[in-house]
Design a protein around this ligand. Structure first.
Ligand SMILES: Nc1ncnc2c1ncn2[C@@H]1O[C@H](COP(=O)(O)OP(=O)(O)OP(=O)(O)O)[C@@H](O)[C@H]1O
Length: 251
């Protein structure tokens, strides 16, 4: 599925947070959004997963304007792993992942054996199956993050929106998550802080700074020492290992 934003503008009070953002993901492309704290990454993603309505501009899913479809239809197309996930009730891990099946159900339709099977498979893919009966609120931050990814997998959508998905995860689970996301064969738009993760996994990267797009291209095209200095004010070197893999070294 293709996701496109067209000239998205968002302001809070008198401050302009997004100043006309147009991004585009090809079908099954993994697109990274990077940029310093407060540059507007989450705000842009919120406009895409429709928890925030932009002041102007539009979001298209395969050419259909987001707000021309109802929330259930867009939830069949796009699942979200947001930065913060709180529940007011004490749900079990299995119940949280089952919520991913909701867009596929009719009103009052009960969960069936197929839904439970999808949930078990999603939990296995994030290696959380042994936590199925645990209370979600008792999990560590990294465990919760993996359960929320399982919920998104259970939603079985052609696109995933991820807001710093490796937040809270140790290096093993960071790699596990990105490898898993890469094998899903779906469109992914993800805010990413770790530039080496972005370099290793993204097909294309957009760089946001102060609500403006500074650059767009492949990791090799945009993650140059000059650009890193301009965006983050940090000296860096880019090196390639014997396998041709790019590494960013901060000096
Ligand atoms: N509801 C709001 N009211 C006022 N300001 C807001 C609101 N939401 C976000 N902002 C401001 O907009 C700016 C961009 O926030 P956003 O969360 O999009 O940044 P980000 O790039 O995702 O940052 P981070 O890397 O820290 O997660 C920040 O300065 C933030 O304080």
């Amino acid at each position: 599925m293709r996701i496109t934003t067209e000239d998205i503008r968002v302001g809070f009070h008198t401050r302009q947070i997004l100043k006309g953002i147009s991004v585009d993901s090809g079908n099954k492309e993994l697109v990274g959004i990077i940029g310093p704290n407060g540059s507007g990454k989450s705000t842009l993603l919120k406009c895409i997963y429709r928890v925030l309505k932009a002041d102007s501009g539009a979001v298209y899913l395969d050419g259909d304007e987001l707000y021309s479809m109802n929330a259930k239809s867009s939830a069949k197309k796009m699942a979200v792993v947001a930065q913060h996930n709180y529940y007011n009730f004490d749900f079990s891990v299995r119940e949280v992942v089952l919520m991913g099946r909701a867009p596929h159900k009719k009103a009052l339709e009960r969960d069936n054996a197929k839904d439970y099977q999808i949930v078990e498979e999603a939990l296995q893919r994030v290696q959380m199956e042994q936590f199925a009966d645990r209370s979600f609120s008792t999990l560590s931050g990294g465990e919760q993050q993996r359960v929320i990814l399982a919920r998104a997998l259970a939603q079985q959508t052609p696109a995933l929106i991820l807001d710093e998905p490796t937040n809270h995860l140790d290096i093993t689970h960071q790699i596990m998550l990105m490898e898993l996301v890469k094998t899903l064969d779906v469109t992914v738009i993800s805010a990413i802080h770790d530039l080496n993760i972005a370099a290793a996994y993204c097909d294309r990267i957009y760089i946001l700074k102060d609500g403006v797009l500074e650059a767009c291209g492949t990791p090799a095209e945009v993650l140059t020492p000059e650009m890193i200095k301009k965006i983050y004010k940090v000296d860096a070197e880019v090196a390639y290992d014997s396998l041709g893999k790019m590494h960013i070294l901060f000096l």
